[in-house]
Design a protein around this ligand. Sequence first.
Ligand code: HEM
Length: 511
Amino acid sequence: MGLLLPILLGFLAALIGGLYLLGVFRQRRAGEPPLDKGLLPWLGHVLEFRRNTLKFLQRMRQKHGDVFTIQLGGFYITFLQDPQSFGSVVKESRDKLDFTKFAVHLVRRVFGYTSIEGEHNILQMFSNKHLKGDGLELMTQSMMNNLQTLMLHNIGSAVEERTWMDDGLFNYSYNIVFRAGYLSLYGNEPHNSEGSEKKAKEKDRAVSEALFSEFRKYDQLFPNLAYGVLMPGQRLEAQRIMEYFWNSLSVQTMKTKDNISRWLWDIQQAKEERGEKESAISKYMFVLLWASQGNTGPSAFWLLLFLMKNPEAMAAVKEEVDKVLKEFEQEVQPGGPLINLTREMLMKTPVLDSAVEETLRLTAAPLLTRAVLQDMTLKMADGREYFIREGDRIAVFPYIAVHIDPEIHPDPHSFKYDRFLNPNGSKKTDFYKAGKKVKYYNMPWGAGVSMCPGRFFATNELKQFAFLLLVYFEFELKNPDEKIPEIDFRRWGFGAMQPDRDVQFRYRLRY
Ligand code: HEM
């Protein structure tokens, strides 16, 4: 008995400690948001959240209102769903709300890369330098050349000219935009190593095709990889693909290329100067491939599909594209030079801009997460205040709170190509909720410290792709009555959404 009591007490203490760690004893304190722990200790609501994030968050919002804390896989996350109060999260100082802590964790799990001190500063510095202003001009020009290499290489070859080609629209759009984006960032095959420009371009096409095929395999594993629930066989496959990319995007491989973007070049150099190992830099190149190529292709698909399903929108965009070509004295002619779509021309397309923004409103659904570094008060626009605990997380899911809010965007599930246009043709930025102007009226790029640095380049990529397709090709859905596919609900929260199935279309050169 003398020995049993301490053992029992020890067991009890361990049990209580374990339950405490599992979050079983956490109670809502005065001044905190409503707390919903879910039924499963520690896991909380993770299964329902993972199954369909959108549906789950809509249910929670209905139950608790626009601020609530839920338990998810060991974390307590406060969701803020009032767009008027988003500034309190996205503008909060970095010593209270931190983006990197969460990102570092995810990047290690999903890409096998361990971040170094000051990494985010390097990324921001060179993104500011090369993904905006003059740097963007170079990147856009490079994208144009690569799109031409991929889309227009059959021009003049009697065999394929004017033959209808069948493909899945998702597959085609993702394939072309991924490959052109990859070549623009990671460089081209040098002409002299292949013997001629023609051969070098052929190699670019073959290499980028192989990369796209592997990227899509990874893409399909991605949601489960991010949640850490891959089956053992899938885990091996993910590891194999990661190694393939570490190798294909290695510093050594990149050094053999021409036209590497200054963005990646400078990031590589800065990391080398900080003494980071070459193998680690190669892994980071895969992280950036993911960030830069995982969203634009799927968005290109939605843009084309919405245009094809809305003849009025298609006609308005086509009219604008033809007008810009004329204004810049360019013409697509059989046997003539390829058109050169410059950044200046891309700045004269308000209708296409609005169509792109509307596409992203309907199909980009990121989940923005911050780690709470110290106890803080969340101040709402209407004066409410909530106490938030250190160690928790705060998240914003703008898709529900903004993108499909019928007050901000009437008839929110319809594609209206001119939703972001004023009657005088300028960009519309005035949107209201309960009579008050909403600052964050569309958030495909996130906001604050982690806002997508590639947003200007991505927009140009989408516009260039649509522009070239419109002027050089005839294209149509195989089934004109095709329904717009549903969004693949496993991907809510991961940026640009993908459809749950592809849609068949056909295309051929106009001339
Ligand atoms: C339609 C296309 C795109 C969409 C919808 C998109 C969306 C986003 C979003 C929502 C984030 C923030 C994630 C967060 O806060 O957790 C992000 C981050 C990022 N994006 Fe994009 N993106 C796109 C294209 C691009 C392109 C083309 C590039 C590069 C050329 C790029 C580079 C990045 C990088 C490097 C980050 C990480 C930023 C950081 O850690 O501060 N993105 N993107």
